[in-house]
Design a protein. Structure first.
Length: 574
């Protein structure tokens, strides 16, 4: 069973991601994307020195930048010249796509070194460059800095109910639980509701890519040498779609779910938000370090899991000199020394040989021995096929886009939103469902939720927007969520995307009453609201509360020029 429209979703997503590269990195929820300053060890290498620009995956970038700053503080030299190492962050998927195009259109200095979260991305880069008839820019071998296996991070009571740590749990068990109409009643806990999986997009995130590869392996019952025939086998595809059907929603990073889980835990509702999150083992340790009421544990799928091995690839690209390659190799050798390796294990990673951080036990939520079965990534052509299959196997979306058209949105602000929103519409597949509302003094239901098709109705309405009136934010939120819950579809991701540049000025509405309504039914019929605070006058606190009440996520776009990057982040949730 091959995708019905294999290129549509991928092409639209690539267009959205192009906006992200211009911004320089993925936007951060409830924070500015503009970046008023540079952290030590980041940015462009100093002129006059041999510059080593490292592009790193997100989960280790801050630590790697700190180490780079320490390395530079020692005044390293290469052939008598100073060496300056800088580390910049870009999601592995975005970096791979940029490098596949010789870094054209990407922001930041072209990398001397690429360190994605997994060698899987190196294979994809070789495949994509070969398909484009471009030369290979990767070295013959790329040592790994540290390791972190893919796990299912589960609230401890849920994992224990399934037999953790003594009874092995696999993707097949997850599928059975997800498809059981009794949900957690299968394990004696009907109060926990249905099983809900948190999972990131395989187009951007290593945990999302590895989880997708792992479910294909689990469906075949093998742990090595997955083939293209396996990936297109209808029975295998049905298994993968079954797992995806349990997804609460997607996201670019696991922080989407861990932040939501923290908020639910503080409210005493950790068991009602998400049942498991596909993530790296180190994220479990990081989450539990804050001592939540309900800690997470790492479940290693019994049918096998992949390991994020964080390769350090010194590029053979035309923009990298021999001197830069030599300096990059010196930095690598320094990173592999015991003192620096101890920094990685202190941060919750396994060392480059796969040894767990010292002193940790099952009581800390991980199994020091790690996964019983480690899966080797399949051939690059098969990984590329799995990535393309995402357009077919992912859970379909049912989304209501709600945009503020009050008077304060006039001019460049609404023009920027129109341009970005059109790209968002094009990122959905024809069989996703999308509706479009606007609000100012009144709430205007412009396009009812329906299959996207060409999306022309929504696009026409977006392009015709005019700004005037006040801001009925609370009424628009209440109406949107209530409407989506009325026709809630258990087979789809039901959600609201709401953008506003202001504060509610309808005196007939009350925030406390609104939040109470939003929480009612949030577990039985989840409709997360993904809010976007647009411009410098938006009410960040209120929007964050609205998102938290619905287990959604709040994003901040203070600069109209950055709204495209923020929309790109939001659309990854679907």
């Amino acid at each position: 069973m091959r995708p019905r429209h294999p290129g549509r979703w991928w092409s639209a997503a690539a267009a959205i991601l192009a906006v992200v590269w211009v911004a320089g990195t993925l936007s951060h929820p409830t924070s500015s994307s503009t970046g008023a300053g540079r952290a030590p060890g980041t940015g462009t290498p100093k002129a006059g020195c041999i510059g080593v620009a490292v592009v790193s995956s997100q989960e280790k970038a801050s630590l790697l930048a700190a180490l780079a700053a320490e390395f530079d503080h020692g005044n390293p030299t290469q052939s008598g010249a100073c060496v300056d190492v800088r580390v910049n962050t870009l999601a592995s998927g975005s970096a791979e796509t940029a490098l596949a195009a010789d870094w054209h259109g990407a922001a930041g200095p072209a990398p001397t070194v690429w360190s994605p979260a997994s060698t899987s991305w190196l294979g994809l880069l070789r495949f994509d460059r070969g398909a484009a008839d471009l030369p290979d820019i990767l070295p013959a071998s790329s040592p790994n800095l540290m390791q972190s296996p893919l796990v299912l991070a589960m609230p401890r009571p849920m994992a224990v109910a399934m037999g953790w740590p003594n009874v092995p749990v696999g993707w097949s068990d997850i599928l059975k639980l997800a498809q059981d109409p009794e949900g957690w009643g299968r394990y004696g806990h009907p109060e926990w509701g249905l099983f809900r999986l948190g999972k990131t997009s395989p187009l951007e995130s290593t945990s999302g890519l590895h989880a997708l590869i792992a479910t294909y392996y689990a469906a075949t019952g093998i742990s090595a040498d997955l083939t293209a025939a396996d990936v297109t086998d209808p029975r295998v595809v049905a298994f993968v779609k079954g797992v995806e059907a349990s997804v609460l929603h997607y996201g670019n990073t696991v922080a989407t779910f861990l932040d939501g889980l923290r908020a639910a835990d503080k409210a005493g509702a950790a068991m009602s938000y998400v049942s498991a999150v596909a993530t790296e083992e180190t994220q479990v340790l990081s989450y539990d370090a804050a001592h939540p009421n309900t800690p997470l544990v790492a479940v290693y799928p019994k049918d096998g899991t992949l390991v994020a091995d964080h390769p350090y690839a010194v590029l053979n690209a035309t923009w990298v000199s021999d001197a830069q390659r030599a300096a990059a190799t010196t930095f690598l050798q320094w990173l592999l020394e015991p003192a620096q390796q101890a920094r990685f294990t202190a941060a919750g990673f396994r060392d480059s040989a796969g040894h767990a951080p010292p002193g940790l036990t099952v009581d800390d939520g991980i199994v020091p021995a790690g996964p019983a079965v480690r899966i080797k990534p399949p051939e690059p052509a098969v990984i590329a096929l799995i990535r393309r299959s995402w357009a077919d196997v992912r859970k379909r979306a049912r989304v209501l886009l709600v945009i503020d058209t009050s008077g304060s949105m006039a001019g460049d602000k609404i023009a920027a939103v129109q341009k970005a929103a059109v790209l968002v519409v094009k990122a959905f597949s024809s069989d996703d469902e999308l509706g479009f509302w606007t609000f100012s003094t009144q709430v205007d239901e412009r396009v009812p939720v329906a299959p996207v098709g060409s999306g022309i109705d929504v696009i026409d309405q977006i392009q015709a927007l005019q700004a005037e009136g006040s801001t009925a934010l609370y009424r628009a939120t209440d109406d949107a969520v209530r409407t989506m819950r009325q026709d809630w579809d258990p087979e789809r991701i039901n959600a609201v995307i709401l953008l506003t540049d202001g504060q509610n000025d309808d005196s007939n509405q009350d925030l406390s009453a609104l939040l109470s309504k939003l929480r009612q039914g949030a577990e039985e019929r989840p409709v997360p609201v993904f809010t976007i605070a647009y411009g410098s006058d938006a009410d960040l606190s209120t929007l964050a509360q609205i998102s938290a009440a619905t287990h959604g996520r709040s994003y901040n776009a203070p600069d109209p020029d950055q709204v495209g990057a923020v929309f790109a982040d939001v659309v990854a949730d679907f």
